[in-house]
Design a protein around this ligand. Structure first.
Ligand SMILES: CC(C)(COP(=O)(O)OP(=O)(O)OC[C@H]1O[C@@H](n2cnc3c(N)ncnc32)[C@H](O)[C@@H]1OP(=O)(O)O)[C@@H](O)C(=O)NCCC(=O)NCCS
Length: 264
């Protein structure tokens, strides 16, 4: 298999008129030769199926010059830019962690893993879905998000084979309200790279160090399980990017959204 081209509606977004494209090309093959083939096939498929859409969207790494050149040549425009960054977990200095956890404890805030919640919080699934939805709506995005039902949340988050319930942390206030979350995903089968998932805190509890403490927990977890790096990408100028830099994440090439509007 030399390359795969995919088109889909992003089920997690409320944007039925946008078709997302994805191209994965084996490094032994020439991107510039295979891309036109894949793109042409997808365009024919969309035409054959009479798909109605107004926008094509394709993410690319900004240093993938063949892909970027091809997309620009096809009339795509550069949109949101999300710098990637990585933390070598061995370099993380955990000396500030205890102080950060202590400050939360003084406010009655506790951090729990998902596996702890299973036994301690009968309503955990609905509460986690509700928390995630509150946070998702504040994540910078060019497309609106779709609100998942509890069943959809279960399908797309809890049944993801990369989920690690010991690396999924939730912050609870003194009255057991779910107020924040941060997690790592095991997309790398070797377990050397862990991918940061959604981090967020409800609006009423921001700027109190909760996200910082949650992120610290994920990093300490990564250290304890022998992972080498945590990788992530965050929209340019976002608070999350600032927070990750503070924690020692180092910049890598950005991911960029390219979009092409089509005639209605
Ligand atoms: C980003 C977010 C998680 C921060 O949560 P938080 O609990 O308020 O963060 P903290 O209190 O731990 O902040 C730590 C540091 O991050 C930076 N920071 C946090 N929010 C910021 C903001 N709105 N603007 C600029 N810097 C910000 C600051 O450096 C801050 O330190 P300071 O308060 O001493 O200045 C929160 O704003 C949020 O949930 N946003 C919506 C969801 C989202 O976009 N998540 C990221 C996608 S994964």
């Amino acid at each position: 298999m030399a390359a795969v081209g995919t088109c889909y509606n992003a089920y997690w977004q409320d944007s039925p008129s946008t078709v997302c494209l994805r191209f994965d090309i084996h490094p032994d093959h020439e991107t510039s030769q295979l891309l036109p083939l894949l793109y042409g096939s997808i365009r024919s498929l969309l035409a054959r199926r009479k798909c109605e859409f107004r926008r094509l969207k394709c993410g690319a790494r900004e240093d993938d010059s063949a892909m970027v050149r091809f997309l620009l040549g096809q009339g795509f425009h550069q949109g949101a830019r999300s710098p990637s960054s990585a933390l070598q977990v061995v370099n993380f200095d955990g000396s500030a962690c205890e102080g950060a956890y202590e400050r939360l404890a003084q406010d009655g805030i506790r951090l729990k893993t998902l596996s702890q919640l299973y036994g301690e919080e009968p309503e955990w699934k609905r509460k986690l879905r509700d928390l995630r939805w509150k946070i998702v709506q504040d994540v910078p995005s060019t497309e609106p998000f779709a609100e998942p039902t509890v069943e959809e949340f279960e399908e797309m988050v809890l049944k993801d084979p990369a989920l690690d319930e010991e690396a999924f942390f939730v912050a609870l206030s003194a009255d057991r309200t779910f107020i924040g979350m941060s997690n790592l995903w095991r997309n790398d089968p070797a377990g050397m790279r862990l991918d940061a998932g959604l981090t967020g805190v409800v609006r009423s509890h921001r700027r109190r160090g909760i996200a910082t403490a949650l992120k610290m927990r994920t990093i300490q977890y990564a250290q304890s399980c022998g992972a080498e790096t945590i990788e992530t990408s965050n929209e340019e100028g976002s608070p999350m990017l600032a927070l990750n830099r503070k924690l020692g994440f180092e910049p890598k090439p950005a991911r960029v959204d390219f979009t092409r509007e089509t005639a209605a």
